[in-house]
Design a protein around this ligand. Structure first.
Ligand code: PLP
Length: 399
């Protein structure tokens, strides 16, 4: 039964929030580790993890401590000045990756724009104005106008016309298609090592290696969008590390702030070619966000949560495999804690809505796909709780 406070809030939401998506009639109020709590104190086991965001769970003590301590010292001195945390965070990220320099933003789409601008500037300076970016079908790169053009989501193809020009889409995991799409206008290939929103589609090892080779041969910038795959989620700090390649540019967001809005673009020296005024943002690199980022990333590294994600991912896969035959689940897949499986029919939305009142949050990125992206602090007991609710719901929906 919905109580007064919740219905009042839902009425206010209807009245004063711009509609952008369907949301269930509950209002979240509090988070703690693996759980979210609504305004009626109902508890939800969170296998969506703020959309692959809350790497350390909800309100992790290291994040809260960093926020409180930094809030007393300096929040934002403006992007016109260096600040100590910005420098320290860039140093931390470049020391643990193959990149040389970083720029900080606040969302995945924003740093993807920065990556595209770096590549196009490089094209203007060194490749006779080449500007075209090859991206993949079923990719997701964000919701700004240019990133909607970059994204390979069929439903967006005719939205918000005219789109930003200069993006070419090719099928994922198809090297031939990329080779055919390359022209003297091409400046970059941008892709997710594992397509998250596309349904957890894993880039083949050979495909990623051959793209690297193609980029070297044709002087094309290789950009990996690790907004969803980065920061340990896929079993290594960055997913590209599993392919034995070094990309030229990488973008990060989501897990980097474990819920705090924070993002970064990292690049090799050769591609750090902005001149003064080419790029910026009022909040990019603010001390508060940087302090959070340092605390979160150090925690992920110090506790080796990448290896833990790999181990727990295997455990979840085993559990899902044990359910597969009962319900006709197929293509149980993923790396670390970015996992998905297919249903025998388009019942993704129904399952997500039916596990909710049972206290479980799941996600369905495609009509017949369920995706799991829990915080990287998930324990075996949480997995068993998730499987219990999921299994009962699959039985209800699929028989
Ligand atoms: C791979 C990838 N890139 C970019 C984005 C966009 O990030 P944001 O929503 O922070 O702009 C997302 C969001 O889901 C993503 O999964």
């Amino acid at each position: 039964m919905m109580k007064g406070k919740t219905s009042e809030l839902l009425e206010m939401a209807q009245r004063c929030l711009i509609y952008v998506t369907d949301r269930p009639p509950i209002v979240m109020e509090r988070g703690e580790g693996m759980y979210l709590f609504d305004t009626e104190e109902n508890r939800y086991l969170d296998f969506v993890g703020g959309w692959a965001v809350t790497a350390l769970g909800h309100c992790p003590p290291v994040l809260v401590k960093a926020l409180k301590e930094q809030a007393d010292v300096l929040v934002n001195c403006s992007p016109a000045f260096f600040n100590d945390k910005m420098i320290a965070f860039a140093d931390l990220l470049v020391r643990h990756s193959c990149f040389d320099q970083a720029w900080f933003g606040n969302s995945g789409a924003e740093v993807n724009e920065a990556a595209i601008k770096l590549a196009r500037k490089f094209g203007a300076l060194h490749k006779k104005g080449a500007y075209e970016i090859i991206t993949t079908e079923q990719s997701f790169h964000g919701r700004t106008l240019a990133m909607m053009s970059a994204t390979g989501k069929p439903a967006w193809a005719s939205l918000f016309e005219p789109k930003a020009a200069g993006f070419v889409h090719v099928p994922f995991n198809d090297l031939n298609a990329i080779q055919k799409a390359v022209s003297d206008k091409t400046i970059a290939i941008m892709l997710e090592p594992i397509q998250g929103e596309g349904g957890v589609n894993i880039g083949d090892a050979e495909y990623m290696k051959r793209i690297r080779k193609l980029c070297d041969e044709q002087e094309i910038v290789m950009i990996v969008d690790e907004v969803q795959t980065g920061l340990g989620r896929c079993g290594t700090l960055f997913a590209y590390q599993q392919y034995g390649i070094d990309p030229d540019i990488m973008t990060l967001a989501k897990g980097i702030g474990s819920g705090y809005p924070l993002a970064a673009v990292l690049a090799k020296n050769k591609f750090c070619c902005f001149a003064a005024g080419d790029h910026g943002g009022t909040y990019g690199g603010n001390s508060l966000g940087m302090a959070v980022g340092i605390a979160v990333v150090e925690e992920i590294i110090n506790r080796d949560l990448s290896s833990y994600a790999a181990k727990m991912g295997d455990y979840i896969m085993d559990k899902l495999n044990a359910e597969a035959a009962k319900f006709g689940l197929t293509r149980i897949r993923g790396k670390g804690l970015l996992l998905a499986f297919d249903l025998p029919k388009d019942a993704g939305k129904e399952i997500v809505s039916k596990v909710l009142p049972k206290g479980l949050l799941l996600n369905s990125p495609q009509p017949a796909t369920i995706r799991l992206m829990p915080p990287m602090i998930v324990e075996r007991g949480h997995v068993e709780e998730m499987i219990r609710i999921l299994s009962a719901t699959l039985k209800e929906v699929l028989g």
